[in-house]
Design a protein around this ligand. Structure first.
Ligand code: ZN
Length: 617
């Protein structure tokens, strides 16, 4: 009797827990920064309230000290000087930095629950040995005091970028490393990817009062600073003294960025989705026209983003001129400003979309760079195509297949001999080329190809479900695949295993088309690549009608619903081991004019010419 009683209870628990069950750490930051603009140095204090939600007892913690990478001989410097295709922004520039141009963070003191702890600096990582452990479910307060020098801008962060922005303050503070179900992630910084702990930021920046500050956060004291932040018609009351303190708060974030310049101008709009968008750039340098057109286009783009990818969950967002190209942060982006309109819109759309892919869906970028850069590239392609369709991008029209360029770039990678699997740690790719195309392009193709496999309706719902299920968490490759499995009812592990874990490629061909008897035609499809796919084969008849012959992949354990009104015939399953797949068209050969595998071009087929058979007239 007892046993019978327990079993149903266990089962009901399993059904009740609809939310992902993975634990994650939490860190709330309070920081006070005092900037000395005459020396490009600042003093900082920090109080982190850290919650250990893991089932493990922690005897050590780690911090990122990114500025220390900007010193001759650092891992970032050596890596950049030894990789075969160095980023021109870095190349050997770090090795040539003079002492006053280098970056550093020097820790003056660190306390754990009020008591001093031992720490050791290992270049960009601070290793901390705790005297008392942080227990599972326990909380700890870490208080640090440090000094820092802002490096000359080399990559992303630093002073005096090439457009004359004085401070692009990214990766600028001691940031606690993330500990998750895969352990510690204390990666030394070599210029690439980021990962952080979810929490809340409360940051006070004190700086010369002639500097306008912008940051990824909500300004708490607009009536004290002015600069266009103040409520219209209300007086600005600045405290006495040469410096101003800017107080920002950023909730539900895993990083904090800011920028400052005496030549900045600031405008803001109330966007259609109820958020405030800020635009901060240097006026009067020849690109005001583009920056003044940006707000209305970003307002429109945001509406598209919310519809396709989930509602942007924060109240504000900042487009800030700074950095060395475009780089994403929570609630903000740093982008270079001297661009034509379409380039400015392109970078602003891309970086803002990172608010979905990484800033809200907080993947570990080092392990899953393709889930932030790739998904962002996919989303950027969709949004820019819609903007073009509305006539908002001068000289551009909407394209029927906007993803085509991503596919061509993927084929170039897959045939280059340099491709490495998406599972490669971002820091460890052999070339920048292989990393970039894997992360940005093969990741984008992952999604568009997913649409082919599960069908358009399940795919679109799946993207929204992914956002709802995993926002403010740390999804991995399996998690996103599982969302599409649940949405479509199909098994998709085979897709992830081939596309993500290997460099196997896809190539199908129409091998043979012959008359079987008076009324039927036999078609043999050949699998030339190692990776299998479900097959959409579209047949065009002499009278102009089309028919789709659909062979699901046996591994899918199901079939996608019809995606459009084309007549569809479902064929027996196609098995991944089979080198060929044969089916019969119930029509005589002379009435068939064309047979094409995947006319939607959503399969990343390496060789398109052999996908088509055309009848002789
Ligand atoms: Zn990106």
């Amino acid at each position: 009797m007892k046993r019978l009683f327990i079993l149903p209870l266990l089962f009901s628990f399993g059904f009740l827990s609809a939310q992902p069950e993975r634990w994650q750490q939490h860190a709330d930051y309070e920081m006070n920064i005092d900037m000395d603009v005459s020396k490009d140095r600042y003093h900082g204090t920090q109080r982190i309230t850290y919650t250990n939600n893991s089932p493990d007892t922690l005897n050590q913690v780690f911090y990122h000290l990114y500025f220390n990478a900007f010193q001759p001989g650092s891992m970032m410097d050596v890596r950049s000087r030894t990789i075969t295709d160095a980023d021109a922004r870095v190349s050997d520039r770090i090795s040539r930095l003079k002492p006053e141009e280098q970056g550093w963070i020097k820790v003056n003191s660190l306390k754990h629950n009020g008591k001093a702890v031992q720490y050791e600096m290992s270049e960009t990582i601070l290793e901390v040995t705790l005297t008392e452990p942080v227990l599972p479910g326990g909380q700890a307060v870490f208080e640090m005091d440090w000094n820092a020098q802002v490096p000359l801008q080399i990559r992303r962060s630093g002073r005096d970028n090439k457009e004359g922005v004085e401070y692009s303050m990214a990766q600028w503070y001691p940031k606690m490393c993330e500990y998750d179900y895969q352990g510690w992630h204390s990666n030394p910084y070599i210029a690439r990817e980021f990962y952080g702990i979810w929490g809340n930021f409360d940051v006070k920046i004190t700086i010369d009062k002639n500097y306008l500050v912008a940051a990824g956060g909500y300004l708490q004291n607009p009536q004290e600073v002015g600069y266009g932040y103040e409520a219209a018609g209300q007086p600005v009351t600045r405290p006495a003294g040469d410096k101003l303190t800017w107080h920002f708060k950023a909730p539900d974030a895993h990083d904090f960025v800011w920028a400052a310049d005496p030549d900045y101008t600031h405008t803001k709009i109330d966007a259609e989705d109820g958020t405030v968008m800020h635009f901060v750039w240097q006026k009067g340098k020849g690109y005001d026209d583009q920056w003044q057109k940006l707000p209305s286009i970003m307002n429109r783009a945001r509406t598209m983003m919310n519809r396709h990818f989930g509602k942007y969950p924060h109240r504000e967002y900042y487009f800030i001129q700074g950095g060395d190209g475009g780089m994403e942060y929570p609630l903000a982006t740093l982008i270079t400003g001297n661009r034509g309109l379409n380039s400015l819109v392109g970078v602003a759309v891309h970086e803002q979309l990172h608010s979905w892919y990484q800033m809200v869906l907080g993947t570990n970028e080092s392990l899953y760079a393709w889930m932030d850069e790739g998904f962002t590239t996919y989303a950027e392609t969709v949004v820019e195509n819609e903007l073009a369709g509305e006539g908002l991008l001068p000289g551009k029209k909407a394209e029927e297949n906007p993803h085509a360029d991503n596919y061509s770039a993927y084929v170039q990678l897959a045939t280059s001999g340099q491709e490495e699997p998406l599972t490669t740690h971002a820091d460890h790719f052999n070339t920048n080329y292989a990393y970039s195309l894997a992360a940005y392009i093969k990741g984008a193709v992952f999604l568009n190809q997913m649409e082919y496999i599960v069908g358009k309706a399940a795919f679109e719902k799946g993207l929204l479900r992914y956002f709802d299920t995993w926002k403010f968490k740390h999804p991995n490759a399996n998690d996103v695949t599982r969302v599409f499995e649940k949405q479509s009812g199909l098994e998709l592990d085979w897709y992830k295993e081939d596309w993500v874990n290997t460099i196997n490629t896809i190539d199908y061909a129409v091998d043979t088309v012959v008359s079987e008897d008076r009324n039927t035609t036999r078609v043999v499809i050949g699998r030339k690549g190692r990776m299998a796919m479900p097959l959409d084969v579209v047949v065009t008849y002499k009278n102009g009608e089309k028919e789709l012959f659909y062979a699901p992949l046996e591994s899918m354990r199901g079939l996608k619903p019809a995606e459009n009104n084309t007549k569809r015939s479902v064929l027996p399953d196609h098995r991944w081991v089979d080198p060929t797949y044969t089916f019969t068209i119930p029509e005589r050969l002379k009435n068939i004019v064309r047979i094409e595998i995947d006319p939607s071009h959503r399969i990343a087929d390496l060789e398109w010419e052999n996908n088509v058979w055309e009848g002789k007239e």
